[in-house]
Design a binder for this molecule. Structure first.
Ligand SMILES: Cc1cc2nc3c(=O)[nH]c(=O)nc-3n(C[C@H](O)[C@H](O)[C@H](O)COP(=O)(O)OP(=O)(O)OC[C@H]3O[C@@H](n4cnc5c(N)ncnc54)[C@H](O)[C@@H]3O)c2cc1C
Length: 365
């Protein structure tokens, strides 16, 4: 029997505000107001709002948990659509989540239900519907491994479509949705989880295995993995805490660079020149074509931007070099100035141009 739940939902018509502040809807707490803010609690409300915006040529900004968004200080001159739909339906090992479900709560419930596949993604803020957008990942898991289908409203075809996992074209922090950002609004995400008798998927990440005291490839009780991941994340400021400015961020601000073999050799030469021939940067194979992924956090640190770096109200987290943070009084321009400084510093030091992970709205780095 499928088990399902829906949080209490108001029966009022779709909620609509004008000249509405967007900063409180983001984890950076940054950005100006939206001309119009609609909060949709059903798929029909989502679709009606999108159709209306498209029919009138109004710019549309879809917002989930606002944990991967950098909104400009001028705000958004269009309709911001906050997805607040609910629905958690578990049928055997198949899970369907409404886009507005809180991702980390859904992960906790899969662990409670004894199902493996997303336990290492505990603590990632934001909504279920945003997880396919950048193929969220952490500690050796990515949602691409368990997403069976995504139900989305296709703004070009003007209809609801169901895409298989393969059709989502997932790759590292990327997908069909990110490649074509104005086309799809995700309504539901369907996962195929695994029943491994209360054990996790094989642990893939060395840091997690070390913390658990097991070997990479071992399976461990699900709840233990989830708790260990949450503890590791909290130590890096990667679990939301309103009291802790290190978490007023978008998590990792830059993606890890993936270099082809020639670019990697040029990078190694720069490392040797700057830091000495015996220094070996982090390197991981990225696919079958010889490309290599290195660490953005390492590059930032070795370029001289250490934890806590910054001169104003936007600074690098005191717990992790890869997170840029708002210390409380920052503006988006402060944050962008810091991001540009880091990008330029890393480029000067190592010849690599970092790419931002969060989505920018009305601004660029
Ligand atoms: C402290 C912290 C830690 C983090 N750790 C990680 C991590 O470990 N791994 C990781 O991958 N990410 C991480 N992130 C980034 C972020 O949490 C994820 O990218 C998350 O999936 C964003 O979800 P959201 O609902 O907040 O999206 P939002 O920030 O609201 O939106 C992000 C983008 O997705 C689009 N979008 C949102 N919902 C939909 C929808 N239903 N349909 C279509 N488009 C949509 C938005 O338009 C926007 O372009 C972290 C962020 C923070 C603040």
């Amino acid at each position: 029997m499928p088990s399902s739940s829906h949080r209490a939902r108001t029966l009022e018509p779709v909620q609509e505000l004008h000249d509405a502040p967007l900063a409180p809807l983001t984890t950076f707490r940054l950005g100006g107001p939206a001309a119009r803010l609609v909060t949709a609690t059903t798929d029909d409300e989502v679709i009606a709002t999108v159709r209306e915006a498209d029919a009138t040529g109004t710019p549309l900004l879809v917002i989930g948990g606002g944990s991967n968004l950098v909104i400009g200080d001028k705000g958004f001159d269009g309709t911001a659509l906050r997805i607040a739909t609910t629905g958690f339906v578990l049928d055997g090992t198949r899970l369907e989540l409404a886009a507005g479900e809180v991702w980390t709560d859904a992960v906790a419930r899969t662990v409670e239900a004894g199902l493996a596949g997303v336990e290492c993604l505990a603590g990632i803020p934001g909504s279920a519907g945003a997880t396919p957008i950048q193929n969220v990942g952490a500690y050796g898991q990515e949602v691409s491994a368990t997403i069976a289908e995504v139900v989305a409203y296709d703004r070009r075809a003007e209809e609801t479509v169901t895409l298989t996992g393969a059709e989502c074209a997932f790759s590292y922090r990327h997908s069909r949705f990110k490649a074509d950002p104005d086309r799809y609004v995700v309504l539901r995400v369907r996962f195929a989880l695994e029943d491994a008798d209360g054990l996790s998927a094989p642990v893939r990440y060395a840091e997690t295995a070390r913390a658990l005291g097991v070997e990479v490839g071992d399976r461990v009780p699900l709840a233990t993995v989830r708790e260990t991941v949450l503890k590791l994340r909290a130590g890096k400021g990667m679990v939301l805490d309103p009291e802790d400015h290190d978490t007023w961020s978008a998590g990792s601000f830059f993606t890890n660079p993936i270099l082809d073999p020639d670019a990697y050799d040029a990078f190694l030469a720069r490392v040797a020149e700057r830091l000495g021939a015996d220094v070996v940067p982090p390197a991981f194979p990225a696919g079958d074509d010889g490309r290599i992924k290195t660490s953005a956090a390492w590059l930032i640190d070795k370029a001289g931007f250490t934890k806590g770096y910054g001169h104003g109200p936007a600074r690098i987290s005191t717990k992790h070099t890869l997170a840029l943070t708002n210390r409380g009084e920052a503006t988006t321009e402060d944050l962008l100035a810091l991001a540009r400084e880091v990008v330029a510093g890393v480029r000067d030091a190592f010849g690599i141009t970092l790419v931002n992970e969060p989505v920018t709205v009305g601004v660029s780095i």
